[in-house]
Design a protein around this ligand. Structure first.
Ligand code: SF4
Length: 492
């Protein structure tokens, strides 16, 4: 499956294409398993009680910040300006892009180096900068890979997770001149050589913001490669793009998030580079940029904040852990969602940002298994939010002001009939037993090598992409009655 931008309206079709792509699924499996193992190890070091206490503290800080966002933003802006930063407000993506382009023009910039920033992806900043004749250069290795390939990121923290090492070697051979079979060290060295030169010629650096501290007017940028530090210190002008929800009250609060975020996201104790910036570095004769511009973006966040049910999605610290454990994401990857925010949290945020008309399928792209809620470092109830969004979509129960209000309802007659039938069957024991006996008889025609290889009727769409375990020969109740505890049960 190509990594270019996919329409979010066609999640079903995108997912089918992804399921048929063996290389993509192998790359996803390898990466998500590795992240899961690292996370488990990092959490074990801390101990379950301390981890849960950290999560609760992180969530409480975020809840307080969101409940007091107006006053905290005012305080942050006042302190940032006192430290010499210039603050700009952007209502939407278009305003944010125009602001950055205007700052770039005033700086006389031609080349713009960029550190990894999901907010810049959200507003499609690169496309706008190219449109006005500037050259944006991604400097995070994963972002640079997807930029070279003219793709979009497929993970919040690992943009090129969908690519194998061999496909990256082929890409570098074409664009950077490395050997076609170059190893990881050679590829990394080539990227470093090429990007160093771009840093030196750039007049403007653009970064995101992980946390903005109201108490001091500081911003924190986290990364593992050192490129964000160069982006925020080498060019004469630095623009930091942040959503309004990034503000936290005090420097002391950072201690909680600095422990939560890397452990949940990459399984690290600490992120390798932590740049805490207060005003432009060159102020008062110091080193660093002469100008620091903060572009503070709303783009639908106030609307999410206004509703108690969706407010908690603004607590997300973009660690990516929920993507790594999601059985849907693990199989279809990020591009299928057609949004810069894929996976479970993307399925929550995207319909609120883009509207149900375009993203109506995304809240249904979940098994509601709850793994995302278990791993989330700020304990966001993602399955609960997905259910609430589904209900709004199906019932058309959107309150006034919701992005879904007044939009057309999806066709749901067949689905409703199927659930009514299912509900009728499972509410009566005899009915349920009769139905499973019938299903056992029918499934014989569809078994191959002990698995359901081709499902009947509508189930075919399911079995085309997966193996299904057949129903057991006897129900659990029957096995139990006949002596399961004496080892006479069967597994099928
Ligand atoms: S919802 Fe939670 S787990 Fe998912 S990216 Fe946000 S903070 Fe991480």
């Amino acid at each position: 499956m190509s990594g270019e931008h996919r329409p979010m309206e066609e999640f079903d079709r995108n997912a089918k294409a992804a399921l048929a792509d063996g290389e993509l699924r192998a790359a996803l499996r390898k990466a998500t398993i590795q992240f899961g193992e690292r996370r488990t190890k990092a959490l074990a070091e801390l101990g379950a009680d301390e981890w849960q206490a950290l999560r609760a503290r992180g969530r409480a800080i975020k809840d307080f910040a969101l409940a007091n966002l107006d006053t905290l933003l005012e305080r942050f802006v006042a302190n940032a300006c006192a430290a010499g930063a210039r603050v700009h407000w952007a209502r939407d993506a278009a305003e944010a892009c125009t602001l950055v382009a205007t700052i770039a023009a005033a700086a006389g910039a031609r080349t713009v180096v960029k550190a990894k920033s999901m907010t810049s992806e959200e507003v499609r900043l690169n496309a706008h900068l190219e449109h006005v004749g500037l050259e944006p250069v991604e400097t995070d290795l994963g972002e640079w890979i997807v930029q070279l390939a003219r793709e979009v990121p497929s993970h919040i923290i690992v943009p090129a997770i969908h690519r194998s090492k061999d496909s990256i070697a082929t890409l570098f051979a074409e664009h950077v001149g490395t050997e076609p079979g170059a190893d990881v060290d050679a590829l990394t060295a080539a990227a470093r050589r090429t990007l160093r030169a771009r840093f030196l010629e750039a007049e403007l650096g653009v970064s995101g913001v992980n946390f903005a501290v109201a108490e001091t007017g500081s911003i924190l940028v986290l990364e593992n490669e050192g490129n964000a530090r160069l982006t925020t210190s080498l060019p004469r002008v630095h623009v930091a793009l942040m959503g309004i929800e990034k503000v936290i009250p005090s420097l002391a609060d950072l201690a909680t998030f600095l422990r939560l975020l890397p452990r949940a996201g990459t399984g690290q104790r600490l992120t390798s580079y932590q740049s805490l910036l207060t005003g432009p570095g060159a102020r008062d004769g110091g080193e660093g940029p002469a100008e620091l511009h903060l572009v503070i973006l709303d783009n639908g966040r106030s609307r999410m904040l206004a509703r108690a049910i969706t407010r908690q999605s603004l607590a997300c610290i973009r660690c990516g852990a929920c993507l790594n454990v999601c059985p849907i994401y693990q199989n279809v990857g990020g591009h299928a969602y057609g949004s810069v925010y894929p996976g479970p949290i993307g399925a929550v945020i995207t319909p609120q940002l883009a509207g149900r008309g375009r993203a109506a399928q995304l809240p249904f792209a979940s098994t509601l298994c709850g793994a995302c809620r278990e791993v989330c470092p700020v304990a966001i109830d993602i399955p609960g939010l997905l259910l609430a969004l589904r209900q709004e979509i199906v019932d058309g129960s959107e309150p006034a002001g919701s992005p879904f209000a007044g939009q057309p309802r999806p066709r749901r007659g067949l689905e409703r009939l199927a659930f009514r039938l299912w509900s009728f069957v499972v509410r009566g024991r005899r009915r349920f037993e009769f139905a499973t006996r019938c299903a056992r008889l029918v499934q014989r025609w569809f078994l191959a090598e002990g698995r359901l290889r081709r499902g009947p009727l509508a189930l075919k769409a399911w079995t085309d992409g997966r193996d299904l375990r057949p129903l057991a020969k006897r129900s659990f109740r029957a096995q139990w009655a006949q002596g399961l505890d004496r080892g006479q049960g069967d597994s099928r």
